[in-house]
Design a protein around this ligand. Structure first.
Ligand code: ADP
Ligand code: MG
Length: 383
């Protein structure tokens, strides 16, 4: 297996001959769905300046490559946003050359970040997002592996514009609308729904009065004849905002803020991943466990959707939940204390403003969710 990987790496590295002429490639430092990233130094240099070479998979759509390139060129190099040094192409292979930043794994620091360290981390992340959003760009894949953190040198870098989208304000409806959105057909299999312990019935609200099957197991002929709804749903499971999970067609920079809220929740609870979200319905169920079914129904209603729960779910106190998870993860929790969320007695590490802050980032309503600028002015970060 290791041999196969090594052979693949050699093949990837040799696809752009100019790279071999210019760089020493040292090792692979990252691999995602759409790329392999290598650490490199310039041959004609003392080797002190390090570069990250991102080889895009040859099947990547040219429009997406162009957008990623433009984002790095126009937005990058400032406010903790990765910049671009060079872009090379040979036949179907495109390589982005970026400054390299060494970084720690999220799992290494999420459990023991101090309050001050958390503030600095969130300030850097939100400063990067504020810059990205100023350019009318939604990053769409905010998560720890795309926000690099060098703990020792206190350096931060937002990377990976592979899923970024431009958005414009649609004046007529006063809604924000995505340009070039990756409209994706949202076919949900019944088996997905049945696998939930909380069962959902999500339906575009306007169909409710006219059809005969709403809330029933069988789909009526009127609904069968309706066109399928489309909505962009790029992103990573566990970090998708409710409006993405509920297939709302107009999505805004608020989806990046939600994802930053999930990262803050991971830190407050010392838990990662916080949401497992194997599919969108389970993701909604997990969010409902935190906020309760009433708030989730309200959120859906505002998006013109309706969710039916087979039981009333009360929601939990986020402060108690985070404190309890922190203790469980640090091995401080009593073994028979695992399934409850009542207040725990040990003093909170984070001030109450930290929880107010995370709830502002995780506002279910994208219209009232904090913007990056508002979040940066929140008392938790200002104190
Ligand atoms: P993908 O689109 O495949 O997810 P990314 O741009 O997120 O690609 O890069 C994948 C990984 O490579 C990152 O999670 C990170 O570990 C590493 N990486 C990316 N850019 C850099 C960089 N500039 N410096 C250091 N490591 C990087
Ligand atoms: Mg990535």
């Amino acid at each position: 297996m290791k041999k196969d990987n090594d052979e693949n790496n050699v093949t990837v590295k040799n696809t752009v001959p100019l790279i071999k002429d210019l760089f020493h490639i040292h090792k692979k430092v990252g691999e995602g769905t759409f790329s392999s990233v290598f650490l490199a130094t310039l041959k004609l240099s003392d080797g002190s300046k390090k570069f990250a070479l991102k080889y895009l998979v040859p099947t990547r759509h040219p429009e997406k490559i162009e957008r990623e390139l433009q984002c790095m060129q126009q937005i990058g190099g400032k406010d903790y946003v990765v910049g671009l040094e060079l872009c090379l192409r040979s036949f179907e292979t495109v390589v982005f050359v970026m400054p390299y930043m060494r970084h720690n794994k999220f799992a290494e620091y999420v459990q023991d970040m101090t309050v001050q360290e958390t503030k600095d981390y969130m300030i850097a992340l939100l400063t990067a997002l504020r810059r990205v959003h100023k350019f009318n760009i939604i990053h769409r894949d905010v998560k720890p592996s795309n926000f690099l953190y060098d703990r020792h040198n206190k350096r931060y870098l937002l990377v990976d514009f592979g899923l970024a989208q431009e958005y414009v304000i649609e004046k007529k409806s006063n809604n924000l609308k995505l340009l070039n959105s990756e409209a994706q057909v949202t076919k949900r299999k019944r088996s997905d729904e049945n696998s939930l312990n909380v069962s959902f019935n999500i339906r575009k609200k306007s169909t409710e009065e006219k059809c005969y099957c709403f809330g029933k197991a069988k789909v009526c002929s009127l609904c069968m004849s309706r066109s399928e709804q489309t909505a962009p749903r790029a992103g990573t499971p566990g970090f998708r905002a409710p409006e993405v999970l509920l297939k709302h067609p107009s999505q805004t920079p608020a989806i990046d803020i939600w994802a930053s809220g999930v990262m803050m929740l991971c830190i407050l609870s010392g838990t990662q991943p916080f949401f497992h979200s194997p599919d969108d319905c389970t993701a909604l169920a997990e969010i409902t466990t935190i906020f309760g079914s009433n708030k989730m129904q309200q959120c859906a209603r505002k998006l013109g959707k309706k969710i039916i729960f087979n039981e009333d779910i009360p929601g939990v106190d986020v402060v108690s939940l985070c404190q309890k998870l922190q203790k469980r993860n640090k091995g401080l929790l009593d073994s028979n204390d695992h399934n409850t969320c009542e207040k725990v007695s040990l003093g909170a590490q984070f001030p109450k403003e930290a929880y107010h802050f995370v709830l502002g980032l995780l506002d279910l309503d994208y219209k009232t969710r904090l913007t990056a600028d508002q979040a940066l002015n929140h008392p938790f970060l200002k104190l």
